[in-house]
Design a protein around this ligand. Structure first.
Ligand code: AMP
Ligand code: GLY
Length: 414
């Protein structure tokens, strides 16, 4: 089959890498893709990035299956546009994508469906949000309603910080109880009825080691079956995922961002797509062929099956531009990717472009250096050994990706 991937980040590079290994996939296309994806797939311009433009690309190559990476085309209705023309696509409709597109919609849905989540007030404007603050203790969480690329959430330590957040974000708002615990990314694929879970992952959202500093899109992630016990996975499947799929008929990758609190798992957010950088370690560990599952799911006939995984954990370390998640400059030459890959790691490209003198930086998160190993310590060491061989001016990365897992599971065997 011919597969088209929509998007051009590290997540899409990892998807392209996995799908290109499938014996059932004759050719991979990506729109717009990136220089890393171009090593495995034919990259085609995305036009104005509208659903119609993506449909035109799929028609031009007669794609048998299209897989959508980022949320924006889903919220804009790319799945609806493909379905109206009878072309297979894996992702949720615009209506179901509202689970990510609007935090107010998602929170109301969670409350009505009795799915555990943080206590909240939806506030249409800043005045209502100010009034709502009286009902919470600090820290309190302030969220902007719409898509914000990971930057629409502020954990406010006091009233002054909460008011500053309300002044800087766009209404409407969700004002929410602060939860504590381990954060887990739980992602499944679904055809609207049947569900196949992926292995759990943990993202590292804060920019600096020890979870310090502002939130980013994600500075690294690891994938390890021990992140959740079998009982915790069942609680999440039965208490969060299945009721959501049943109520919405959701097709695509459904991502529940969870806080594992002392009172059980609670939903922080839904994403209606794979996570970035979670996808990088997930694809690195995936043993089963993903392509036939995605095609079956897009046709509404996902079999009752499970995915096989390589036994060892995997780790992705994000190499970011100087200044990210604040302002950064692009166009810095990148060295060392081949040397890093010669160690056995895989370097997924995100914010890169081909400059006149070779590969250069073009975004905040530039590369995702990903490695697997017989145990978590080995996977971490392998990813960092490879990362140290890469250089670009201003490059920074966290040095503690997966380390919390190492502490949690010390002494335990896989
Ligand atoms: P979200 O986009 O809603 O997942 O929020 C981004 C990040 O903010 C999450 O991954 C958490 O690290 C943090 N966060 C969001 N909501 C809460 C909450 N209610 N309590 C504690 N941390 C939160
Ligand atoms: N890594 C978090 C996300 O993809 O939203």
């Amino acid at each position: 089959m011919k597969v088209l991937i929509i998007g051009g980040g590290g997540r899409e590079h990892a998807l392209a890498w996995r799908l290109a290994q499938s014996p059932e996939v004759e050719r991979v296309y990506a729109t717009p893709g990136n220089p890393g994806i171009a090593r495995l797939a034919a990259c085609l311009p995305a036009g104005d990035g509208s659903p119609g433009a993506y449909l035109a690309v799929a028609e031009s190559v007669d794609a048998d299956l299209t897989v959508v990476g980022p949320e924006a085309p889903l919220v804009a209705g790319v799945v609806d546009a493909f379905r109206a023309r009878g072309r297979a696509i894996f992702g949720p409709t615009a209506a179901a994508a509202g689970l990510e597109g609007s935090k107010v919609f998602a929170k109301n849905f969670l409350q009505q469906s009795h799915i555990p989540t943080a206590a909240f007030v939806a506030a249409p404007d800043a005045a209502a949000a100010h009034r709502a603050l009286d009902r919470f203790t600090y820290p309190v969480v302030i969220k902007a309603d719409g898509l914000a690329a990971g930057k629409g959430v502020v954990v406010a330590e006091d009233r002054a910080m909460a008011e500053a957040a309300l002044a800087s974000l766009k209404p409407p708002f969700v004002v929410e109880e602060f939860l504590t615990g381990e954060e887990v990314s739980y992602i499944v694929l679904s055809d609207g009825r049947n569900v196949v879970p992926l292995e759990p992952t943990q993202d590292h959202k804060a920019v600096f080691d020890g979870d310090a500093g502002p939130n980013t899109g994600g500075m690294g992630a690891y994938c390890d079956s021990r992140i959740l016990t079998a009982a915790e996975s069942s609680t999440i499947l039965d208490g969060v995922i299945r009721p959501t799929i049943e109520a919405t008929g959701f097709t695509g990758f459904l991502y529940a961002g969870l806080m594992m609190t002392s009172a059980g798992p609670k939903v922080l957010e839904f994403n209606v797509r794979l996570g970035d950088p979670e996808t990088q370690p997930i694809m690195h560990r995936m043993w089963s062929d993903l392509a036939p599952l995605l095609l079956a799911a897009a046709r509404g006939a996902l079999p009752a099956t499970h995915i096989e995984w390589k036994p060892g954990p995997s780790v992705c370390v994000v190499l970011a531009s100087g200044g990210y998640p604040g302002a950064f400059s692009a166009g810095k030459p990148i060295d060392g990717i081949d040397a890093a890959e010669a160690t056995g790691a895989t370097v997924f490209q995100a914010g890169t472009r081909q400059g006149s003198a070779g590969l250069e930086t073009a975004g905040g998160r530039v590369l995702g250096v990903t490695a697997s190993g017989p145990d978590l310590a080995a996977a971490i060491d392998k990813a960092y050994a490879a990362a140290r061989l890469i250089h670009f001016e201003g490059m920074h990365y966290r040095t503690d990706i997966g380390r919390k897992g190492l502490k949690r599971y010390s002494g335990a065997t896989i």
